[in-house]
Ligand binder design. Structure first.
Ligand SMILES: [Zn+2]
Length: 331
């Protein structure tokens, strides 16, 4: 499975309707104002390593929008094509498969978020834990971890990100693909800088910081309360009924870093709207206006360097980072 690294625009159909209008205008104005009010960060590179087309927007859309506006080159590694996501039949009109639709949605979100490049590893979506699809030999869950690690190392050495973000050990909400890419990314983060670990003539590159994405506890607690209030089961949310808010809360890891995204909710929602076929969980939990009030920040767990009991919250994932220039890729 050591294929060529793919760009999101290669072979991805376009044509997903993105929500425009007032949100787009507001976020464009905000980006413009922000551009003039904050220092631009030359040579800053961030890699998000997740599993599906939608993880980037739903989980990290605010943070991505903010750093792109600061001039950071943000890259997305998406391990699967989202082949088995559940969706209503109308979303498949004009598409040959679920994966094709979801990659088109990713293309839409990528343009909204402003990714520098998207890397598709092309594994098959494993579906829910214990399902038949998770036994598919082409699925990410069945792929040897060493193989996935190697492919993530290849992307890290190509992109040379100073900062890497992936899921927490529970994979955010226990999805097998999330767990698989978390393990591979954590492993790859350490191996990418090891000169004895060889990948097609690439030079070693050691990123400086590794984070796991998180969700504010308050958001989860209020989400569980409101879901029950509406008569829904907080353990079975989303288009695929596989999101368990109670289990997410049980597995949450300490938050060390809070990124203020209060100005970026519109951009975040705009990117999320691209993934229209997968929007179920959001509409079943907390409205944006309330999320904005409860947590105007996105939380992260800092894995490396260890926070070592530091007090207070870090407010910038690039704090303390040396912004080295990107070198030639091959040795
Ligand atoms: Zn996912």
């Amino acid at each position: 499975m050591h294929g060529e690294l793919a760009d999101a625009k290669n072979g991805v159909p376009t044509g997903v309707e993105c929500r425009d209008g007032i949100f787009a205008v507001r976020s464009t104005v905000r980006r413009f104002n922000y551009f003039w009010s904050v220092p631009i960060m030359p040579n800053a590179r961030l890699l998000l390593s997740y599993a599906h087309p939608d993880d980037e927007a739903f989980g990290s859309g605010g943070l991505i929008s903010k750093y792109v506006a600061q001039g950071v080159d943000v890259y997305y590694l998406c391990a699967t094509n989202g082949d088995v996501g559940t969706m209503k039949p109308e979303f498949l009109e004009g598409y040959n498969s679920i994966a094709e639709r979801r990659l088109a949605e990713l293309d839409c979100a990528s343009q909204k978020l402003g990714f520098k490049q998207v890397f598709l590893l092309g594994y098959r979506d494993s579906g829910m834990m214990g399902s038949e699809t998770s036994n598919d030999p082409a699925s990410l869950w069945q792929a040897p971890q060493e193989e996935v690690t190697r492919r993530v190392v290849e992307v890290i050495r190509e992109v040379q990100p100073q900062v890497v973000i992936t899921f927490n050990k529970y994979g955010g909400y226990g999805h097998p693909d999330h767990i698989a890419i978390q393990k591979a990314t954590t492993d790859a983060y350490l191996k990418a800088g090891d000169a004895t670990y060889l990948t097609n003539g690439q030079q070693p590159y050691a990123p400086q910081k590794l984070y796991y994405s998180s969700v504010p506890k308050t958001i989860l607690q209020v989400g569980i309360f409101m879901t029950r209030l509406r008569g829904n089961d907080p353990r079975k949310l989303g288009a695929n009924k596989d999101i368990d808010l109670v289990a997410i809360l049980d597995h949450i890891e300490p938050i060390h870093t809070r990124i203020d995204v209060s100005q970026w909710y519109d951009a975040w929602d705009e990117a999320s709207a691209c993934h229209a076929s997968q929007l179920g969980a959001r509409s079943q939990t907390i409205p944006t206006w309330l999320r904005r009030q409860l947590a105007p920040w996105q939380g992260l767990t800092r894995i490396h360097p260890s926070p070592n009991g530091a007090r207070g919250y870090e407010t910038d994932i690039f704090a303390g980072v040396t912004l080295d220039e990107r070198r030639g890729v091959t040795a």
